[in-house]
Write a protein that binds this ligand. Structure first.
Ligand code: F0G
Length: 460
């Protein structure tokens, strides 16, 4: 077998942040104090942090320069106009409304547009999107193709919406019951898998025919567009910018967490065509986020987003970016570690229930694996399984577990090198060799909502 190739960094390093390894004894004590929940561990005690790719990007020299030239005027800042232009160049919608991050965009949109009892289909809603729909008393519906739930299915676009299901869903209801349809690209809650342009076009046509607005959750649009270029034949000769422009041409608007594909540490926006909705969103924004030309951000943040949106579409960057995910995936697959496949755009997902077959779902194999990984190598990952997504049975109050029990290794953008990724894979290999020794966990404290952030566990 030929050795797995390390993707080359299309940048050199100008500023560094020291990371320090901890000892095994120290980590055991830290885990105990953290109630075996990795969210409770100080980041300084983490050697390689793959908790999230959100807000963790390394900014470029040009973004840092942008921070100094940010215009901090309350209204009509120069930085706003630069941001507005950069967003409109890619997304093409008439209105651009800044927010402090993605979920603020979701809250503003849904609290303005949704009524109790309405339903919002998507391929798979991300958890903050779902939560912002549910707090309105509306329902978030996932209509992804079944293959998204099959970790072994080999398909290029496992994030695709099931168009048949979408049509059937719309046909059964009055238009008024469905205020909008969403599409998450890439599909974070389904293995970070991309959606094809053909699927976006079809979903859009179904919505247009029904007269229902179609919105895109665009957090990782550039990674998705790059997969389209690589995997969808008709697009191999287009630039990533052209592909992104075509994606958004089929939509009526988008919500964006700039903390992902705008390569910044904070920020987001809503962008759309509908004048009267935009006016309502701005009025809503003023109450909680700020004046519509800064929306909860500093002028310098808007500069950094504008610059980041330019850099994220560079193909050498994207090749390295999705190359790093594929590299880590291949290192782990080669060692026989059970993975969700194929590799997605921002993260590697481990099938924790297959990795630890001796642990039943009520001993949370995903959480147990994150604990074992930190104990072994100081790497922080996140459980995406029974702890994060169990639903409560309405009668018995017992947990109903989600289909997949995953551990996600989300790779921050432009932060780690191939050697760091090798360290992560080595940690997993060592645990895999003694996997029967990994203990399960039981919950000793949980909050009523989003329990994974603050839950405490004991080893079993
Ligand atoms: N939509 C998707 C698909 C996301 O992945 C996220 C965040 C959001 C919306 C919300 O954006 O964090 O800026 O408010 N995902 C992060 C993650 C937190 O770790 O996957 P936000």
């Amino acid at each position: 077998m030929s050795p797995i190739k390390i993707p080359i960094e299309p940048f050199k390093i100008k500023s560094i942040e020291t990371i320090r390894p901890t000892s095994r004894e120290e980590r055991a004590k830290i885990l105990e104090e953290a109630g075996f929940n990795l969210f409770n561990i100080p980041a300084e005690k983490v050697f390689i942090d793959l908790l999230t790719d959100s807000g963790t990007s390394a900014m470029s020299d040009r973004q840092w320069a942008g921070l100094l030239s940010g215009d901090e005027s309350y209204a009509g800042a120069r930085s706003y106009f630069r941001f507005d232009k950069a967003v409109r160049n890619i997304f093409g919608f008439k209105h651009v409304i800044p927010t402090h991050q993605g979920r603020a965009a979701e809250r503003i949109l849904f609290s303005t547009k949704l009524e109790p009892g309405q339903q919002v289909p998507s391929n798979i809603h991300f958890d903050t999107t779902r939560a912002n729909i549910e707090v309105r008393g509306a329902e978030a519906i996932d209509l992804v193709q079944d293959q998204a739930y099959d970790p072994d299915a080999k398909a290029p676009f496992k994030g695709n919406m099931d168009i048949g299901k979408l049509k059937a869903f719309i046909q059964k209801r009055d238009k008024e019951e469905i205020p909008l349809v969403m599409m998450t690209i890439t599909n974070n809650s389904g293995g970070g898998q991309p959606v094809s342009l053909a699927n976006i076009r079809e979903a859009s046509a179904v919505c247009r025919e029904a007269g229902i607005p179609f919105f895109i959750d665009a957090c990782r649009f550039a990674e998705n567009a790059f997969f389209i270029k690589q995997r969808e034949e008709a697009y191999s000769q287009k630039t990533v910018l052209e592909i992104a422009q075509e994606i958004f041409s089929y939509a009526d608007g988008a919500t964006m967490s700039a903390k992902k594909d705008a390569l910044v540490n904070i920020g987001g926006f809503i962008t759309l065509n509908d004048d009267s909705l935009a006016e309502k969103l701005r009025n809503n924004l003023i109450v909680t986020e700020g004046f519509p030309t800064y929306g909860g951000l500093a002028g310098r943040d808007l500069e950094a987003i504008a610059q980041g949106l330019d850099e994220v579409l560079e193909e050498s960057y994207l090749e390295h970016r999705v190359g790093q995910v594929a590299y880590l995936w291949e290192l782990m697959a080669e060692a026989g570690i059970p993975l969700y496949g194929p590799p997605g755009g921002h993260a590697v997902y481990i099938l924790a229930d297959r990795f630890l077959p001796h642990l039943p779902r009520d001993l949370f194999p995903g959480q147990a694996l994150t604990v074992a990984l930190y104990a072994e190598s100081g790497v922080r990952a996140v459980e995406i399984g029974g702890v994060m997504f169990a639903q409560k049975d309405k009668e018995t109050g017992e947990d109903i577990y989600p289909k997949l029990e995953l551990v996600r290794l989300a790779i921050p953008r432009r932060v780690y090198t191939g050697a760091h990724l090798q360290h992560v894979a080595e940690g997993f290999k060592t645990i895999y060799q003694k996997k029967e020794m990994v203990q399960g966990v039981k919950i000793v404290y949980q909050a009523p909502q989003l329990r994974h952030f603050t839950a405490r566990f004991e080893l079993v």
